[in-house]
Design a protein around this ligand. Structure first.
Ligand SMILES: [Zn+2]
Ligand SMILES: [Zn+2]
Ligand SMILES: [Zn+2]
Ligand SMILES: [Zn+2]
Ligand SMILES: [Zn+2]
Ligand SMILES: [Zn+2]
Ligand SMILES: [Zn+2]
Length: 318
């Protein structure tokens, strides 16, 4: 906070604090020597020297008092604004000075838009309405509110910004957002392929010339269309033939499957792994009987397992 201008010229030394070099605020008086420091400056004094900054007398905490009379006296000193030289003509007493500073038009403040500019309070409104890079402006095309410094990038994408047709079809101008529709459906100068492109016509021209192109060579286009239909008919035929062949194949295969099922019925094949080892075990009577994994005779049939004695069993034993 800046100091005011004292009406008396210099501030009398009895009103000064030697610690903060400003006028005394809520002064504390040392009872032994009668000198003062501010309340907020006292802790520093006690911590650093514990001596009166004016006369170097040692201090003790129980020998000091709040000097309320001096506080009142200082607060009623006549002052003028610290910005008198800049043009402020405020006069008053010290106790009103901080309120004045809050409103003084000549005090320098930061722009509240956080643009980084500092200027006198009385100029801030003009700055914020005319110059501030962060001021709000309205896009004249889409009426959206934008920050001034974003205006150029916005205009490069604004859907309502007016642009001429890239094909220069006329002097007409369009909103950017409607340009694609214009090019796709209206623009007489947009380059298009002949609608017979799938039949093989490679002609490309401006939209306005396409119907002329077709009218000029109806024979060519009918011919192309006819050929295309013929080719496609052949393809469909070939496709039908392959489909029929495959149907026949499926019938043949179905018959074969049927025949096989009748000939063999259900079969169970048990492949014995490590047959030689099992045979050795059976011969040496270590493990005479081998069981198959369980199986079903049919989907809802019996659940069975086979047993085999590789070296014979009972009377059949070798
Ligand atoms: Zn002080
Ligand atoms: Zn002293
Ligand atoms: Zn002022
Ligand atoms: Zn600003
Ligand atoms: Zn806009
Ligand atoms: Zn156009
Ligand atoms: Zn064509």
């Amino acid at each position: 906070e800046s100091e005011p201008n004292w009406k008396s010229g210099e501030l009398a030394s009895k009103y000064q604090c030697l610690v903060c070099n400003s006028h005394l605020k809520f002064p504390i008086q040392f009872e032994d020597c009668g000198h003062h420091v501010c309340s907020v400056c006292l802790p520093d004094v006690m911590r650093i020297t514990s001596r009166c900054p004016t006369c170097q007398q040692p201090l003790s905490r129980d020998r000091m008092v709040n000097d309320k009379i001096l506080q009142k006296e200082i607060q009623s000193l006549k002052v003028s604004c610290s910005k008198t030289d800049k043009g402020c003509n405020w006069n008053g007493i010290l106790s009103d000075f901080s309120d004045h500073t809050e409103n003084c038009g000549f005090v320098i403040i930061d722009c509240t838009n956080e643009c980084g500019i500092r200027c006198e309070r009385r100029l801030i409104r003009k700055h914020q309405s005319d110059e501030c890079a962060k001021r709000k402006v309205v896009c004249e095309f889409c009426k959206m509110s934008i920050v001034f410094e974003d205006e150029i990038p916005h205009l490069n994408t604004c859907p309502d910004f007016i642009v001429p047709c890239p094909n220069q079809c006329s002097n007409q101008e369009f909103k950017r957002g409607q340009m694609q529709h214009h090019l796709d459906h209206e623009c007489s100068k947009q380059l298009l392929s002949c609608p017979f492109v799938d039949c093989g016509c490679e002609h490309r021209s401006e939209r306005s010339l396409i119907s002329k192109h077709i009218k000029e060579s109806p024979g060519l286009h009918l011919n192309l269309a006819g050929k295309t239909i013929a080719v496609q008919n052949k393809l469909i035929q070939a496709f039908d033939e392959r489909l029929n062949e495959q149907k026949k194949w499926i019938e043949v295969l179905a018959k074969k499957v049927n025949a096989l099922e009748k000939t063999y019925g259900a079969q169970y094949i048990w492949k014995i792994d490590h047959y030689q080892e099992h045979l050795q075990e059976a011969r040496s009577n270590k493990k005479t009987t081998l069981f198959s994994p369980p199986f079903l005779t049919s989907r809802h049939g019996y659940r069975l397992a086979l047993a085999i004695c590789l070296d014979g069993d009972g009377k059949g034993a070798r």
